[in-house]
Design a binder for this molecule. Sequence first.
Ligand code: 5AD
Ligand code: SF4
Length: 469
Amino acid sequence: MTKTVHIKTYGCQMNEYDSARMADVLAPLGFAPTARADGADMVILNTCHIREKAAEKVFSELGRLRALQAARARDGGRMLVAVAGCVAQAEGEEILRRAPNVDLVVGPQAYHRLPEMLARLTRVGGGGVLDTEFPVNTKFDHLPESVTPPGASAFLTVQEGCDKFCTFCVVPYTRGAEYSRPVADIVAEAERLCANGALEITLLGQNVNAYHGAGAGVGTDGDSWGLGRLIRRLAEIPRLQRLRYTTSHPRDLDAALIAAHADEPKLMPYLHLPVQSGADAVLKAMNRGHTADHYRHLVDRLRRAVPGIALSSDFIVGFPGESDRDFAATLRLVGDIGYAQAYSFKYSPRPGTPAASIAAQVPDALKAERLAMLQACLADQQAAFNDASIGRTLPVLLERRGRKPGQLVGRSPYMQAVHVAAGDEALNGIAQVRIAGAGPNSLAGELATEHGVSATPPADRHMATEAYP
Ligand code: 5AD
Ligand code: SF4
């Protein structure tokens, strides 16, 4: 009998990948994914702990689920509730104590054992089951092959965990030490994704460019491959048209990766390279291991390799001890670099991290003021970057329907969202799109060829090689 599972994903793309893998793990047990929580046989909250009151949000969501569980019980059924992800890892037992309606608590490195946990739950009857162990390598060894259709743009986790210990960040505690999957496993997974329709793969890792996986092939045993070499290998998959990776650390952006940007056309001209702050004193207190000028220099090298590369970043304002001068240095760095897009956050003290116990916390009102200034500056840069696309023809991977009928939405090589008037026959393909308009967060355009996507017959459409300037 088919049962249904509703998975709600919070936070980063790695959680999106994990949610899809959890669906794969549950499929052999007869669980089919559903978009609705009410009436589901199982609800999984795949949580994020990076900022704000993440745990509190999860507890209030769990409160809301209680009503759905009661309704299900009235109909004679049972709705299981599981908490997964980084809040599960960080809070563990506390979740079962505070929310007795939770049946399972499963950490990000343990969800391959969901079937055993469900069996244990049936055996023990009441009371929750918890698994927050950390064997990241065994997780990948035990995950089944994906049964979830990947879509035209797919995620593939190649690396997990982080050894950097930035003083503001919980990731080294919730995701554990750095682990890189072997090249052969990644290539096999990428080939499967492409055989199932993927044209673009985004390689994921908390510290993706620290990737150092065991090499593939005869005679290469013991070899360690960096991300640049891995990208070149994946680019050999004929159907694959586009590669991206996220998230990178400036310290691990090596010459081989920059060279891959320069001469691997499938590697998209876009890089999310978080800098966090433009002030050296703050970068030092954050334990980032680089200065603002080191970052500027890296960007110069990247731009020499790929003129026109679109850059994105993360920023934290109001890190403990951040002075007006420090913040001004961040604005100066933003002015120097010129970002195509960026994410910025108020510093949020995370329990157990070193920065949370620094005495000189910045008042919230000042954080809010700095955030507004920074975001205004970043929004101007993003608008200017988008405006400069008007009149160009860009290859767009049309990956979903838009809100309006007859509209598709996709991404330019530079990661901009592009709305295109086009029929479903263009969905899941790469189309040449003439950009006619630009808004703060997206572009609008029309197909550059008369009858849909391109001059190539529909069957070959996916194979059309992209050209971008
Ligand atoms: N407070 C605010 N922002 C944070 N980030 C990570 N930890 C914190 C924190 N404690 C941001 C960083 C990181 C992004 C994923 O989230 O900018 O790059
Ligand atoms: Fe967190 Fe720093 Fe590791 Fe990124 S590099 S995951 S910000 S500790």
